[in-house]
Design a binder for this molecule. Structure first.
Ligand SMILES: Nc1ncnc2c1ncn2[C@@H]1O[C@H](COP(=O)(O)OP(=O)(O)OP(=O)(O)O)[C@@H](O)[C@H]1O
Ligand SMILES: [Mg+2]
Length: 255
């Protein structure tokens, strides 16, 4: 039984259909990823799961329950937490205050100090800047803060939208090391959207390819990395160099 299952989800922005008939599932304890071009609907899927968008059709099964349309507070209460694209930390608040906001809805307040300590263990720079305003942090530190704040809600499922956006290669490496640790050490299930397809496929065990609002391909990331279309369109590998044959051209890329 997967932790999360989307069944035929359809979302609109006004009259504009953004995702149509999207079905996917995420196993408990795993890292799954969604790849797709700009505008494919990746963020829409994550926002729908975390309750920020109500789907027009379809089901979001989380454990035994359909949570579609319950809203973000109910999602957080059930252990679903979203790290949005562009971080969105509270600039005027300190690092400490931002982190505590993450624990806002928790009933088990007595566990919060220990969790705070663990988060500061993952993200050293946040400890150094604990009393400083979040607006003064660098982009990478703000990303750490956004992830740290999400962790303080004690998520069972973490949805992450483009965590590497705007960060230097070294910081990206660092952040992804921590994302893997969160998965293995905390046992947190992660659904990851990431422009860096290679990094996403190396981090996740299962992947979905999204094209204009539809899932066109899904498989284990091991298989996806072997897939010619994925290699060509997401990993930038030239087919000639792989197969020694004339470049393979098709009008329709996917099934
Ligand atoms: N607030 C909005 N109002 C109207 N249309 C929107 C809105 N947000 C997204 N869309 C449209 O819905 C579609 C899916 O957008 P979404 O942001 O989910 O794509 P994405 O895959 O996350 O893209 P990117 O890689 O650029 O982040 C796009 O066609 C987009 O233009
Ligand atoms: Mg997006």
């Amino acid at each position: 039984m997967p932790l999360l299952q989307l069944k035929n989800i359809e979302c609109y922005y006004g009259p504009v259909l953004a995702i149509k008939g999207v079905s996917l599932s995420v196993e408990e304890g795993s890292v799954a990823t969604i790849l797709g071009a700009n505008g494919a609907g990746k963020s829409t899927i994550l926002k729908t799961i975390s309750g920020f968008i109500e789907p027009e059709k379809g089901e979001i099964r989380y454990k035994e329950e359909n949570i579609a349309g319950l809203g973000p507070q109910q999602a957080v209460k059930r252990g679903i937490c979203h790290v949005p694209e562009g971080r969105e930390v509270f600039d005027e608040l300190t690092v400490a205050e931002n982190l505590r906001m993450g624990a806002y809805l928790r009933k088990d307040r007595h566990n919060v100090p220990a969790d705070l300590e663990r988060v500061l263990g993952y993200f050293g720079p946040l400890r150094e800047r604990y009393r400083q305003r979040a607006g003064w942090l660098s982009g990478g530190e703000q990303q750490m803060l956004a992830i740290g704040r999400a962790l303080l809600s004690r998520p069972r499922l973490l949805t992450m939208d483009e965590p590497s956006l705007g960060l230097s290669p070294m910081l990206v490496k660092e952040i992804f090391k921590i994302i893997r640790r969160i998965n293995t050490e905390e046992g947190t299930t992660i659904l990851l959207v990431e422009q860096n397809a290679r990094l996403a496929l190396q981090t996740a065990s299962y992947g979905y390819i999204l094209e204009v609002g539809r899932v066109v391909l899904d498989n284990t990331t091991r298989e996806l990395m072997e897939n010619q279309d994925v290699q060509e369109f997401y990993l930038g590998v030239q087919q000639e160099s792989i197969r020694g044959k004339k470049r393979w051209k098709r009008k329709k890329l996917w099934r």
